[in-house]
Design a protein around this ligand. Sequence first.
Ligand code: XIL
Length: 405
Amino acid sequence: MRRRQILTAGAVATAAAVAAPAAAAPGGPGGNAAGKSPKGPGTGPKKPPGNGRRTPPGLAKKDTFAFAAGGTLKIGCAVAGGGHHTSQDYPDPFTADQEYREVLATEFTSLSAENQMKWDHLRPAPDTYDFSDADAIMDFAAANGQVVRGHTLMWHNQNPAWLAEGDYSPEQLRQILKDHITTVVSRYAGRMQQWDVVNEIFDDSAVLRLEGNIWLRELGTGIIADCFRWAHEADPDSLLFFNDYNVDGINPKSDAYYALIQELLADGVPIHGFSTQGHLSIRYGFPGDLAENLQRFADLGLQTAITELDVRMDLPEGGEPTQEQLAQQAEYYRRVTEAALAVEGCDSLTLWGVLDKYSWVPGTFPGEGAATVLWDDFTRKPAYDAIQDALAEASGRAGHPALRD
Ligand code: XIL
C-alpha cells in the first residue's frame, strides 16, 4: 500500500488548540516576528520535483500518523526550541510557526522537549527555575490530548555554566542534583508519561563517562541509582528511562546498559525503561537487530522506546537528495517503525524533528541533512509514507480508501 497524500495542516480544525500565543506569528504560517526570511542557515535541502500533493479535502483527519497509529503506540515528535535554534536566523518555531504547531498537534500523540527541559534551559541561575517554555509544551500537549516525554535530568551536556564551572563540594552538588530532580519531576507529576532520567552515561567505547559527566566524576557511579530513586519519589507514576545513542543494535554499548540495568534492578532501583535515540544515517548499515535488542530489555521487564529518530544522509552537491537516497531513508524509517511495533512494551516512537529547517542535523553533522520526514513546505517525503504505512498495517487503520493507491 502506498499513500497518495500529503499534508494536513490547513485542512484540520485544530485552530483553537494550536493557536500561537498573542505575541507570535504575524504573517500566518511560517510567519516571522522579526521580519527576517524564515529560510535561515538551518534551511533544509531542496525538494526534487514530483512531491507536494495535498490531501483531498475532508480526509485530512484520517491521513495522519496519529490516525494510522491508533492504539498501537504513541507516535511522538520533539518540540523545536532552545539549543541550536537560538543561534538560527528564524524565530522560535514553537511560538512563531503556526503551521508547524498544527503539524505537531495533528500528526502526533506524544511530544518531547527538544531542549526546553534541559538544565541550561530550566536553570538560568543556581536559585532560579524558569519553567515557562517547558510549561508551554505541557499545556499544548494537554490541549491536544497528547502525552509527554521529559528529557532529561542527568546528562553531561547542556549544563549551565554556573554548574559546569562552579566550585561546589560533592555534598553541595548532590544537594543541587536532588533539588533539581525533585523540583522538576514534582512539577509535572501525574502528567509526564516517561522521563529520560539518565542520558548518555556511556561513551562511544561503552565506558562510563567518569570524567566527562560532572555527576559521575564528582559523586561516583552510585549517583545513577539515586537519580532514579529521587525521580520515582517525586512522581511514582512516570516511567523512568535510561536513554542513549548508538544502542539501537546489540553492541558493546547496549551490552553495557544491559549489564548495568540488571545490577540496578537486582538492587531494587526503580528503573522502568531503556530507550535508544535512533539517530541513524544511511551512510551506515541499518541496525537489523534493533527489535532483538529491544526485546532483551523487554525480557528484563522493562518498557522500551525509540526517542529521537532521524535518518540523515550525505547531501550531494547542490543539497538535493537523490530519489535513491530518499528511498533508502524511507526504508530505514519503515524498519524502525516495524521494529518498534514488533516489540511488546515498546509503546513510544518519537521523531527528533519533522522539518529539515529546524533539524539539529545540519549544524551537528557537516555535509549531512534531509533527516526528517517532511520537506520545509510541509509536504511529505517518502519516509512519511513509509512510517504511516507501517503504522496502518499494524493498526488496521489505513484511513479512507481514497488515500490509498
Ligand atoms: C540536541 C538538540 O536537538 C539541539 O537543538 C541541541 O543544540 C543539542 O542537543 N542526544 C540527545 C538530545 O539526548 O538532547 C540532543 O538534542 C541530540 C542527541
